[in-house]
Structure formats: C-alpha cells, structure tokens
Design a protein around this ligand. Structure first.
Ligand code: AMP
Length: 421
C-alpha cells in the first residue's frame, strides 16, 4: 500500500530547516516589538464573506485561489489567504477603536492560496504581517517601510529593493478608472479573456495580468500616479521626504498596483532579483476605507505582509545556518552509570542546561562520536569506576582538556562553568 503523502504545495518544515525559520521569527519579534507592534493571533479559518468583502470579489485571490468550503453545518468558510482582513475583523469585533489612538499589530503564520505550486510559490505558505490602525500621517507610511527594510537587513538578506507608489484616494481612483477604461476600449479586443472581463468589472486589475500580449498593449497606458489629487500628491511627497530623512532607499515604481482592491495612497513592495519569477518578498500599503467597508469605524490603516518561504530561500543562498548544539553531552559506561547519567541529565535540563545523552548503553567510542557530531561544548563521562568514586570526568571539547569533578554538585559546577564563559 502506498504511504500517504502531504498535499501538493503544502510542505513540511523539517528539523534541518527549522533554524532558518526560528531565526526569521526571532528577528521579526525583536524589530517589530521595538517599533511598538504587539502580536495578535487570529484563526486560520474565517467566514468566506469576510474575505469576499475585505479583499474584493473580483480579485484573483477571491475568484480563483481561495480554499473555500461548506462545513458540516453548511456555513461557508475559507482558509485565510492573507491576514489583514482577519486582523481588521478582530479590531472591530473587540471594539479596539474605543482605546483611542494608534494600534500596531503583527502576526506570523500560515496562509492558504490555491495557486500552481512552483519554487517560491506554495499553497500553504507563511507570512509575517504587520498592521497599523488610526493614523493618516505620512510619517507612519515612511516608518513602516523603514522598519521593513531594517527587518530584511536584520534577517540577514541583502540586495533587495524597496519600490513605492501611490494609488490615490477613492476619488482619484474613480476619475482614473474611467480614463483607463477609455484607453482599454480604444485599444480594441486584443486582450486576454480575463482582461476583457476586468475592463468592465475592475479595470485596474489588468496590470496584474501575466499574459505577454496584454503587457504589450498596456505599455503606454495612462498611469494612476499622474492623475492623483493635490492632497494625495502632498501625502506621497511627504512619505518620500521622510524616507529620505530616514536614509531608507527606495524607487518610485508606478507599476506597483498590488493584487487587492482595498489599497489607497501608498503601496510598496520589497523585491529581489535572486528568485527568478517570484521576485516579490513582501509588500503592502494603506487601506483607509477597509475598516468602514467591513462594518467598522472610519479608521485609517496600513500594513504589509512578507513571505517567509522566500526569505528562507534567499537566506539559504546567502549564508550557512547557525548550528544549534547542546551545551552538554552525557556519556556513560555500564548499566548503573547509564541510570545515573539519565537522572543527572534531567537535572541539568531542569536547570536550563541543554543536554543530550546516550539512552542505549552504546560503546564509549560511538557515544564520543555522537557527542562530537552534536557540537556539544562539554562531554560528561561517567563509568562504573567513576560512579564508585562519586566522580565524573568533564571534557571541554573546545580546549580539549579534561577534569575530574565530584559527582555530588555537578549541576552547580556546570552552572558556574557556564556563567564563566
Ligand atoms: P501578497 O499578499 O500577495 O502581496 O503577498 C505578500 C508576500 O507573501 C509576497 O511578497 C510573497 O513573498 C508571499 N507570498 C504570496 N503568495 C505566496 C505563495 N503562494 N507562496 C509563497 N509565498 C507567497
């Protein structure tokens, strides 16, 4: 009988790879918490309606990629394809606007999209997500992009570019929609079926199209950035000004329209040229109207999401993973010594000293080989003779020196040795 395999596009993260993930998570918590972000954890499934309303009915995510299903009660649910809508829901549901002023959240976790799996594109993938509610000031747009650049650097990734753009407000967008629609109609019917449909329903989405012919037809399309109102222009100019003052390098790229309907004003993406076609490692923007559209208060907001699989792929290209090694390895010879070693190892662990040991009474040679491979700094060696004398040998694998220590207070001795380092 064939063994059951994981679902295509949903991967195991094995112990050999977990170091990359833990490093990224550590850096994320450190950097984001320094900027005043608090962790929030929302469920991985929500009512389907939340994403349909929050992300937009005519976006690729909602139309083609959502893991939607009816549960046993016949309620329509979906596995979350992104985190923003859920965090906004939680903010409204728990009345967090009653606590006046600024709120900053972050979330780390799996997202689900039914896409065609390939390198850097999966069906279950993980995102670092950050959201800020309650501030219209361009300062926060700039601060968020500055923080994102710092985070990427802290994770250990170099050579990425921050691309920024503005999508204007709802009013600028309405005017631009018509200008774009007129342009698309004037171009004739050479677009793909999707774009022909988008022309009617959601013209801005044509820029997400990957069909080459459509790309060519769009080359001289009018640009939203040239049709924004004075307020939006002033906001964007201020964002750029703050980024310069913060020393965060950026490029204005009018092509950054993002795949979701809810963005207004600032949008941005962090891109790399090291991952082939999956060049975006993160992106986000402002979504001032979303809260109201989801039945909440009129609170301005912005956020970003960064894909962790792509960060791991980049890290693997750039540097060696730090090897996680135990502090001690407990080697023993003979049944009685093995028994004592087992008990003492638990005491060491209980005191916060990471300890490995032999459970099976293997030969000393084989235990020493394992100790060496584990990378442990200290090896404790306990034979029947040592046990009879209530002693233990302590070998420092770094200095290659060996000492004999009394067994009674070995835990305290090791703790003291540890704090000397
Ligand atoms: P998005 O919300 O689509 O802008 O995604 C934000 C980030 O999540 C992207 O820049 C990617 O790094 C990552 N991402 C999105 N979709 C996938 C996927 N299917 N597989 C892996 N990473 C993804």
């Amino acid at each position: 009988m064939d063994a059951v395999q994981a679902i295509r596009g949903m991967n195991d993260i094995l112990p050999e790879q977990i170091g990359w993930w833990q490093g990224i998570e550590r850096a994320t918590r450190e950097v984001l918490e320094n900027f005043g972000y608090c962790e929030i954890r929302t469920p991985i499934a929500e009512k389907l309606e939340l994403f349909a309303r929050g992300i937009g009915e005519s976006t690729d995510i909602v139309e083609k990629e959502m893991y939607a299903f009816a549960d046993r009660n016949g309620d329509w649910l979906a596995l979350r394809p992104e985190a923003t809508a859920s965090i906004v829901r939680a903010y409204i549901q728990h009345g967090m606007q009653a606590d006046p002023g600024l709120r900053k959240f972050y979330q780390i976790g799996p997202m689900f999209r039914h896409e065609r799996p390939q390198k850097g594109r999966y069906r279950q993938f993980h995102q670092i997500d950050a959201e800020v509610f309650g501030l219209e000031s361009p300062k926060i747009d700039a601060e968020m992009m500055h923080m994102l650049s710092l985070l990427v650097e802290r994770i250990g990734i170099s050579g990425v570019a921050l691309n920024i753009n503005t999508l204007g407000c709802a009013q600028c967008r309405q005017i631009y929609r018509q200008i774009l629609k007129d342009f698309l109609v004037a171009k004739g019917d050479g677009f793909c079926g999707d774009c022909m449909r988008r022309r009617e329903t959601n013209p801005l989405r044509v820029f997400d199209c990957k069909v080459e012919g459509c790309g060519q037809l769009l080359q001289d399309a009018p640009r939203l950035i040239d049709h924004i109102c004075d307020d939006c222009r002033a906001h964007f100019d201020a964002v750029k000004d703050y980024l310069e003052k913060l020393g965060t390098r950026y490029t204005v790229n009018p092509g950054i329209v993002r795949g979701l309907d809810y963005y207004v004003r600032t949008t941005f993406e962090v891109i790399t040229d090291k991952l082939g076609s999956q060049s975006a490692i993160g992106g986000g923007g402002r979504y001032d109207g979303l809260m109201r559209d989801l039945g909440g208060p009129d609170v301005p907001a912005l956020g970003f999401a960064m894909g962790m699989e792509r960060l791991v792929l980049l890290l693997q290209q750039e540097k060696e993973m730090a090897h996680r090694a135990p502090r001690c390895f407990f080697a023993s010879l003979g049944d009685k010594a093995g028994e004592s070693a087992f008990l003492l190892a638990q005491q060491l662990r209980g005191q916060g000293i990471e300890t490995e040991l032999d459970y099976e009474g293997r030969s000393l040679k084989s235990q020493m080989r394992r100790a060496d491979k584990s990378g442990a700094r200290y090896v404790l060696i306990l034979g029947e003779d040592e046990l009879a004398r209530r002693e233990v040998q302590l070998r420092d694998m770094l200095t290659k020196t060996q000492r004999i220590l009394p067994l009674e207070n070995i835990v305290e001795t090791l703790l003291a040795t540890d704090s000397e380092q």
